[in-house]
Design a protein around this ligand. Structure first.
Ligand code: SF4
Length: 307
């Protein structure tokens, strides 16, 4: 369904003296999702994960520069194609409630998304009603404005908006952020249900525990690069994790007795070396100076010189 090859995103800006500078936010990202699969992109907050969703939808700011390949159903995602697919075949469950228009009743917003997805106008009312039932929203909520909703309800409305048009690729950006455990579990179950019905789901999150509850595979993202791609089953006492950063992340979870410290937030190394080189016990001058290639190992991918 979706294939991303060597994707890099950078932003140009002007600093003192009108000198143009380029800041790289994502570098060399590779990712594949098939129908029926949830691929979680896991990494630190503020590490640029959301930019991936925006790049796929073609809604990055104008000073962004995107290189690399993005294929949807085998065809390149050009700007024209992104505009045609956005909200129809590729839909976003956004992180922020501000995506809801505060002046429009939520039922009308979901109906608008249904029509955009190809539901005929006369059938949109029924589609909205079914979407509200599916996401356990009272039918009375259809006539509410966004400010009248709780955080959990607003998130369910956003999920209804993204899915009502029958999109085949769902981009869920931090969908459990700020939710209590029950609402979070419910949101994750909805994503699993979408995947089980044949959709492809890209789950972008900082919460590795949440991702492991529903994802089939995880892409571990750090300092703007993919460090590892692993099956969810690799994150277990019997599994094989290939990268020291992933092992540190996994070991720092409460269920794993907090073995090791949570790896510090990292940015792309200016010298182009491995983004984990400052904290990695195996780091040497090669690691500091040269970005490792992403290579195949035990049915997964890893970016480490010594894996
Ligand atoms: S490339 Fe070097 S610094 Fe990076 S994870 Fe591997 S051993 Fe550690």
């Amino acid at each position: 369904m979706l294939e991303i090859n060597d994707l890099s995103i950078s932003f140009s800006s002007y600093s003192f003296g009108l000198r143009k500078t380029e800041t790289c936010a994502i570098r060399s990202l590779d990712l594949t999702i098939t129908p029926g699969q949830i691929m979680a992109v896991v990494g630190q907050s503020g590490g640029g994960k959301s930019l991936l969703a925006h790049a796929l939808l073609g809604i990055l700011p104008r000073n962004a520069r995107v290189t690399g390949g993005m294929l949807f159903k085998g065809e390149p995602l050009t700007i024209k194609r992104q505009a045609a697919l956005r909200g129809r075949q590729i839909a976003l469950i956004p992180q922020s409630m501000t995506y809801l228009n505060p002046l429009v009743r939520v039922g009308n917003q979901v109906a608008q998304a249904a029509r955009l997805g190809g539901v005929p106008g006369r059938e949109s009312k029924g589609a909205v009603s079914r979407a509200f039932t599916r996401y356990r929203l009272n039918q009375k909520v259809i006539s509410c404005f966004p400010f009248q909703l709780s955080g959990g309800m607003a998130r369910r409305v956003l999920t209804a908006t993204a899915t009502v048009g029958g999109a085949e690729l769902i981009l869920a950006d931090e969908p459990t952020s700020g939710l209590d455990p029950a609402s979070s579990g419910e949101t994750l179950a909805h994503l699993r249900e979408l995947a089980d019905s044949g959709k492809a789901v890209l789950l972008i999150t900082h919460d590795i525990e949440a991702a492991l509850k529903v994802a089939d595979s995880l892409t571990v993202f750090c300092g703007g690069v993919t460090l590892e791609v692993a099956a969810a089953g690799d994150f277990s006492s019997h599994g094989v994790l290939r990268h020291p950063y992933t092992r540190a992340l996994w070991g720092a979870l409460p269920g794993n007795d907090f073995v090791g410290a949570v790896p510090a937030a990292m940015t792309i190394a200016k010298n182009g070396g491995c983004p984990f080189s400052c904290d990695c016990p195996k780091s040497d001058t090669v690691c500091n100076d040269m970005m490792p290639e992403l290579k195949r190992l035990y049915n997964g991918l890893v970016r480490c010189h010594y894996a």
